[in-house]
Design a protein around this ligand. Structure first.
Ligand SMILES: [Zn+2]
Length: 461
């Protein structure tokens, strides 16, 4: 298939290939089965599929990996959502007494969507994203990743590109999966700082003493603000496009207290450089602080209002909320432009994209998503086509594998399984499957540790 031939109409042809040769079923099952420690954990999990022509089917559930595999190969879903673990098999929800079918557990999930930042980015709006505003996602991941690990003690965080215009985080620790709706709300509230809708001008208000969590978050924001806020979004500039709510008179942010705006008016008229203007604001804050005056955090408030992560709290709260799984199909070009631009920024400024988690940097995160986002156009070349070409390319070691296959003839199933593993291993996807494997290894290790601890405790009695 020539690379340039891709269009969404070819999905019905591509999907069977994808589910037959590439989809990482064993990892998927390994993830959602969580070691089989809890009875029926995988079996009672809801999946929902979006099929061709937007046909949406809920309450799918499967007893084994094999059944999941067969069903997905039969239905070839365009999109898969993962729901909660229920009290009964979701596929039989109609047969149980009403009121008894209940969502019991689910990963704690976070959804950060670029559209929620529309009031503070001038480069794009709605579903558009570019490498400039993608910085907001970098900031969000760094702040939330740190807080979830250090402040809440979670260890197993899976960050993935959400498939359209943001990122999802799946917190997979056992303690997180068991959280009640109230506890999930409390975590989401703790992490929410930017408050108020379109009409609210000042969305961040700090008071003394600043909470340690906010202080930590500021450390991250301060690294990105000069480039993102001052240069790329030019928030202190005089452009027409700058945010209507924050900047109105004389380029001075309206979130500043009116007396500060008055004090700075003259200085701003004489000074055009955004960096110097920003320094004027910061110096003013320092002076106010030294004089022991209240309300001297206005510089920090501006930075947070522009850069602090905006969570869709409702997604995190619910146990029965469905979230698109890390596998999803993209038919728009947004990811391609995002990827291209991110790659170029990545080359320019590697440090800016360093990301302290199992995925070492942004490029990993985004490419990792590709592992689940196959038919994506990247500058006219379909990533999917590339993968297919890789699949069909002969490579070193092929001969030995053939010999291995012959040996396996008597055990057809094993051979098929091995062939499938090799199929993605011979493509660029291998690296990202490995990433996912490492993530799953981490969960397995914790589980083992926990089981050992429990058996030691029993011995003590
Ligand atoms: Zn943008």
């Amino acid at each position: 298939m020539p690379s340039s031939d891709y269009d969404s109409a070819s999905l019905p042809d591509l999907l069977p290939l994808y589910y037959r040769r590439l989809f990482p079923f064993s990892q998927y099952y390994r993830w959602l089965n969580y070691g089989g420690v809890q009875k029926n954990y995988f079996q009672n999990r809801e999946f929902s599929f979006t099929l061709k022509d937007d046909i949406y089917v809920r309450y799918q559930s499967f007893t084994t990996q094999n059944e999941l595999e067969k069903e997905m190969q039969k239905m070839n879903p365009y999109k898969i959502d993962i729901g909660a673990v229920y009290s009964h098999r979701p596929s039989q929800h109609n047969t149980v007494k009403s009121g008894t079918f209940q969502a019991l557990e689910k990963e704690l999930v976070f959804d950060i969507d670029m559209t929620d930042y529309d009031d503070v980015r001038s480069c794009c709006s709605a579903a558009d994203i570019c490498s400039k505003c993608w910085t907001l996602m970098t900031i969000a991941i760094r702040i939330l990743d740190r807080a979830l690990r250090d402040d809440f003690g979670f260890q197993h965080l899976l960050w993935v590109y959400s498939g359209r215009r943001g990122v999802h985080c799946w917190v997979c620790d056992e303690a997180a999966r068991k959280l009640s709706v109230a506890a999930r709300s409390a975590v989401a509230e703790y992490l929410s700082l930017v408050k108020g809708g379109e009409e609210t001008m000042k969305k961040v208000s700090l008071s003394d003493p600043i909470h340690p969590f906010i202080r930590e978050s500021l450390l991250v924001v301060e690294q990105y603000f000069p480039r993102y806020g001052l240069q790329e979004q030019d928030i202190l500039g005089r452009k027409e496009s700058v945010d209507k709510h924050l900047i109105k008179e004389l380029d001075l942010p309206l979130t500043l207290p009116s007396n500060v705006r008055k004090d700075l008016q003259q200085d701003f008229q004489n000074e055009r450089k955004p960096e110097v203007r920003w320094k004027l604001i910061r110096d003013h804050a320092t002076k106010k602080k030294a004089a022991g005056k209240k309300g001297h955090h206005f510089d920090k408030e501006i930075m947070l209002q522009y850069c602090y992560p905006r969570l869709d709290v409702n997604v995190s709260k619910g146990v029965n909320h469905l979230l698109k799984t890390i596998h999803a199909f993209m038919t728009t070009t947004s990811l391609s432009s995002l990827l291209t631009r991110t790659c170029s920024s990545f080359n320019l400024d590697q440090d800016a994209f360093l990301f302290p988690s199992t995925l070492k940097n942004w490029i990993d995160l985004i490419l990792f998503a590709f592992f689940f986002l196959i038919p994506v156009k990247t500058d006219g070349i379909t990533f999917f086509s590339l993968i297919c070409e890789e699949l069909d390319r002969p490579r070193i070691g092929e001969e030995e594998e053939k010999a291995e296959d012959d040996k396996d003839k008597e055990n057809e199933k094993d051979a098929a399984e091995r062939r499938k593993i090799r199929d993605y291993k011979r493509t660029s996807l291998a690296k990202y499957v490995k990433c996912f494997d490492q993530f799953l290894d981490g969960i397995a290790q914790s589980r083992k540790g926990e089981l050992l601890r429990k058996s030691d405790l029993q011995k003590d009695f």
